[in-house]
Write a protein that binds this ligand. Structure first.
Ligand SMILES: Cc1cc2nc3c(=O)[nH]c(=O)nc-3n(C[C@H](O)[C@H](O)[C@H](O)COP(=O)(O)OP(=O)(O)OC[C@H]3O[C@@H](n4cnc5c(N)ncnc54)[C@H](O)[C@@H]3O)c2cc1C
Length: 391
């Protein structure tokens, strides 16, 4: 039998082909790094966090560091659109509602003003004039981030993976990484083969604890199953993206302790997506075993009170997962004991819009470059005060 040719030593292996790993791989290939992207499932798949047709993109954030990262992320999304020749974003605006004197609403409004974001504040009269199909809760303020909109998630993921391959990158799907041996050259084993690389990026979404703990890193990550609910319009088109109905976030509602958010009807004609920004704990390998629907009950009450033009029972319920950190900020850092292993994790249900900039900083970390954004909010050391971290 002929001997197998030795596998090349890659400059970098990226484990996990969700949006974060795919964007990291794209930046590596764009900078002439010989890169292998490994994915446990056959692509495309719907078992992680990056599937589905839409996500919200916005600059409205309480924290300045997110607003600054989003400035660059918008530019990088536009560049990806151009390179791929497909539309990835659609501007609709984002309606933010919440108790006018509440902490979250005030922090959001202050940050948007401080960062000079195009912002429209609606008084109750203007609200009912411009947003006729929504009941604004008494005492709630309303403002609009006009730059926000919808990101076409599935389309973006496949476009980035395609661009990565055009740039010479290699994707091997259906290959679950079962072992990682750190060292100056990292050895990565799947059921099919053994690969080697000078550096490794780990972006495995909800599987992060399972992959990181065998290499000595235990992060406080919680995996949540999200019920993704779609609600039928009573009058077809009344909440449609084609009529420029905005995305929305409801802060501090009467019904819920977490935010409620929604996107205009788009992927399923006549159905608007409205979801609760949390869920019940699950094991990523047994997502369907988690059947809690208490969030759907909360949503039914909210939809019935605030969205009178929607049937208050979901017509479609799909599933997705979040990986949340205790402070809901990401993890973007080196492995504390192995500087050639870089980790992107804990995107806490709001990471898609950042993916091009996350991919860029993960690339910069693998190259030992000074990252183009301040990564101090994302350091592993915030959970493990004595661990080393990205500068
Ligand atoms: C319902 C829902 C709504 C959301 N809404 C928004 C929004 O409006 N705006 C926004 O910005 N973000 C939003 N997000 C968050 C965003 O989608 C996630 O932050 C993002 O998709 C995370 O991507 P990821 O690449 O880290 O994870 P994933 O997409 O899960 O990718 C990780 C990949 O690693 C693979 N993998 C795991 N283990 C292994 C292994 N051992 N070997 C090989 N491969 C492996 C997995 O199969 C998977 O493909 C939402 C998320 C959900 C679920």
């Amino acid at each position: 039998m002929a001997a197998q040719p030795p596998s090349p030593v890659y400059d970098c292996i990226v484990v996990g082909a969700g949006i974060q790993g795919s964007c990291a791989a794209y930046h590596l290939a764009k900078n002439q790094r010989k890169t292998l992207l490994l994915e446990q499932f056959v692509l495309p798949h719907s078992r992680g966090s990056s599937h589905g047709q839409t996500r919200i993109i916005r600059k409205a954030y309480k924290e300045d560091f997110y607003a600054h990262m989003m400035e660059e992320s918008y530019e990088l999304w536009a560049q990806l659109e151009k390179e791929a020749g497909v539309q990835l974003c659609r501007q609709t605006g984002l309606l933010l509602m919440g108790p006018e004197t509440g902490k979250d609403y005030q922090l959001m409004k202050d940050a948007m003003q401080r960062n000079k974001l195009p912002l429209v504040i609606l008084n109750p009269e203007e609200f009912s004039q411009h947003i006729p199909n929504v009941n604004l809760t008494g005492g709630d303020g309303a403002l609009v981030d006009t730059t926000a909109g919808v990101l076409y998630a599935d389309r973006a993921l496949s476009a980035v993976q395609r661009l990565f391959q055009v740039l010479g990158g290699v994707i091997k799907d259906g290959q679950k990484v079962t072992d990682i041996k750190p060292g100056p050259v990292v050895t990565v084993t799947t059921a099919a083969a053994v690969y080697q690389a000078k550096s490794l990026v780990i972006t495995v979404g909800t599987w992060a604890s399972k992959v990181l703990s065998p290499i000595g890193l235990n992060l406080p990550l919680q995996v949540l199953k999200i019920n993704v609910c779609y609600w039928k319009e009573k009058v077809a088109g009344s909440y449609s993206v084609n009529r420029r109905f905005p995305c929305f976030i409801q802060l501090e509602s009467q019904e819920a302790s977490h935010d409620i958010y929604g996107l205009p009807s788009n992927e399923y004609p006549g159905l608007m997506k409205v979801c609760y920004h949390t869920g019940s704990e699950t094991d990523p390998d047994d997502r369907d075993g988690q059947t809690d629907r208490s969030d759907v009950e909360i949503l039914k009450r909210y939809v019935s009170r605030c969205f009178p033009g929607l049937v208050p029972v979901p017509a479609v319920v799909e599933s997705c997962m979040y990986t949340v950190t205790p402070d809901l900020h990401f993890v973007l850092d080196y492995h504390p004991a192995h500087r050639n292993i870089v980790i992107g994790a804990g995107f806490s249900g709001h990471g898609f819009k950042f993916a091009p900039v996350v991919g860029k900083v993960l690339y910069e970390l693998t190259m030992g470059q000074v990252p183009s954004h301040d990564l101090s909010p994302f350091r592993i050391g915030r959970f493990q005060p004595h661990a080393g971290s990205a500068q």
